[in-house]
Design a binder for this molecule. Structure first.
Ligand SMILES: Cc1cc2nc3c(=O)[nH]c(=O)nc-3n(C[C@H](O)[C@H](O)[C@H](O)COP(=O)(O)OP(=O)(O)OC[C@H]3O[C@@H](n4cnc5c(N)ncnc54)[C@H](O)[C@@H]3O)c2cc1C
Length: 499
């Protein structure tokens, strides 16, 4: 690193690194401090089970990275990051060997739904057709008027519904399961607003850009970002947990890729009482219990189409998924949980030795739960893929409590770092004109507890960095983060994994 830092960033998740990339591109001297032994936060890949089995530790599906204006300008492809696409974007197996199938083609997906063909086109069609405008608006600063207000208003009218209301226009079990599976990503009861909006956004993304995984693992994304920061002269320190702001070297700007709870703890009395009280009112959602498997072969899904999908939602019917999510919200551990499954090996052979597979799963559990849900997750998979258990070579389990122990951002195991109610999506972490700026001069929050939404898209980090550039360095233009500016465009080899 070239002398003393202009900016210090605590946390090297995709948002911390997006902030570091943005500030480095503006010519600043950046230091990133990461507590864990490896960079990447929720975007890492490790051998969690057996040698040669590479598992995405947290995020695995990357529609948001593909659609993100930050990553489009950063140009992941030119930096050697390759997305691997399935033939089926996502599938919801049902009992009796049936399944709801979503492919890139809106028309094909709708046609499979027979009686619900027109209703599917009516509800999902506008969100899929205008997905780019909608996603760009959702990932924009909230203070800026949307570029396509009518498109957004049309989505908004659907988005403000709970899934339980939106689903009433569909009658087939398949169509209803599609909405349940996508809406349950919200980690809220399906009777809550805006579960329809989250389900429709994710389904629209499946049609518009797809739900790919990253060839070689999600860590390729954060490795490419770290690589760009280091190439620009910045430095990244791992294995150093920050417990107080006083531990940081002096710098004109400090950006924190941490939760509101940790901000309250790290900044302590430097924050005014009213702001601290608001941070303490911030609401976290349920947790997840994650189980990764090393398998001797592909999962024997009864439904053939499920074998072509990387992402699967195992909740059964709409009613069963809704019941499982309601139980979690009531503080219970469902006997038949809604399980998210990803089988990246079907499109990315690099994840496991020849003929073997990795399988990524999690289910929702009450906040802070230390219950190991392995048996219930396996039973849900067996329900739709009898013989699955015979393939298991090894497992790695992380309860919700362990999720938080490994990454303090995931309070109680909440991987979205905060309930995604309408209020808390608009006003994250507190009600304020600039959510990234804290009352302490030069101190910013840049994690997914700030707008726009959780996920791997880098916009929370980028928007926080743009605020810091304006406030602290008088730089108003958006820095050029393209490979032409930050790194020779000729670089085509993927960055190595790890710090
Ligand atoms: C199991 C799971 C599955 C997910 N699946 C998906 C998915 O498929 N697609 C998707 O888009 N998103 C997914 N997500 C969400 C996604 O990973 C997050 O939204 C994203 O990583 C948030 O990025 P971030 O930079 O804000 O925080 P994080 O990625 O959480 O990074 C924060 C970093 O800060 C470090 N840190 C925190 N406190 C300190 C401290 N005091 N000192 C030093 N370092 C500190 C942490 O160690 C961590 O490295 C998933 C998350 C999990 C956990």
């Amino acid at each position: 690193m070239r002398g003393k830092p202009d900016a210090v960033i605590v946390g090297s998740g995709p948002n911390g690194l997006a902030a570091a990339v943005t500030l480095s591109a503006a010519g600043l001297n950046v230091l990133v401090i990461e507590g864990a032994s490896a960079i990447g936060g929720g975007c890492r890949t490790e051998e969690l089970t057996l040698p040669g089995f590479r598992h995405d530790v947290c995020s695995a599906g990357h529609p948001l990275a593909l659609a993100s204006p930050f990553f489009r300008r950063f140009d992941l492809a030119a930096r050697g990051v390759r997305f691997a696409y399935p033939e089926v974007e996502f599938a919801n197996p049902l009992d009796g060997g049936r399944a709801a199938i979503v492919t890139r083609s809106l028309a094909e997906t709708a046609a499979r739904l027979n009686a619900d063909r027109r209703a599917y086109q009516w509800l999902v069609g506008p969100v899929a057709t205008h997905n780019d405008e909608i996603i760009q608006a959702l990932l924009m600063p909230l203070r800026r008027p949307p570029a396509h207000p009518f498109v957004l208003a049309r989505y908004g009218l659907r988005a403000v519904l709970p899934a339980s209301v939106a689903v009433q226009v569909w009658h087939t079990p398949e169509a209803r399961a599609i909405l349940a599976g996508a809406a349950a990503h919200a980690m809220m009861p399906l009777t809550s607003v805006p579960t329809a909006g989250i389900g429709l956004m994710l389904t629209g993304l499946a049609h518009a850009v797809g739900w790919p995984v990253v060839a070689g693992g999600s860590a390729r994304i954060t490795d490419a970002m770290a690589d760009a920061v280091i190439a620009a002269g910045g430095s990244i320190e791992t294995g150093r947990w920050v417990n107080s702001l006083s531990e940081l070297p002096p710098a004109a700007a400090v950006l924190l890729d941490i939760s509101p709870r940790a901000l309250d703890r790290l900044a302590g009395d430097r924050l005014p009482g009213r702001y601290r009280a608001a941070l303490r009112r911030y609401r976290y959602g349920p947790g997840v219990c994650k189980v990764d498997f090393a398998l001797s072969g592909p999962v024997p899904w009864t439904n053939e189409d499920c074998r072509r999908a990387v992402s699967l939602h195992l909740g059964g019917s709409y009613e069963q998924t809704a019941a499982a999510e309601a139980e979690v919200a009531a503080g219970k551990h469902p006997e038949q949980p809604y399980v998210l499954v990803m089988q990246p090996s079907i499109v990315d052979p690099s994840r496991a030795p020849a003929g073997r597979q990795t399988l990524w799963t999690y289910c929702h559990v009450p906040a802070g739960s230390d219950v190991d849900m392995t048996d219930r997750i396996e039973a849900q998979i067996e329900r739709f893929a009898p013989g699955f258990r015979d393939l298991i070579l090894a497992r790695s389990v992380r309860t919700a409590a362990e999720e938080e122990a490994q990454n303090p951002n995931y309070v109680g195991g909440d991987i979205a770092v905060g309930v995604q109610s309408v209020r808390q999506t608009v006003f994250r972490p507190t009600v304020s004109w600039n959510p990234y700026r804290t009352p302490v001069r030069g101190l910013y929050l840049c994690s997914s507890a700030t707008p726009p939404i959780p996920g791997v898209h880098g916009r929370c980090g980028e928007l926080a960095a743009l605020s810091a550039l304006r406030d602290r360095f008088g730089i108003r233009e958006v820095p050029d983060i393209s490979p032409d500016h930050m790194r020779p465009a000729s670089t085509t080899e993927p960055a190595p994994s790890g710090p």
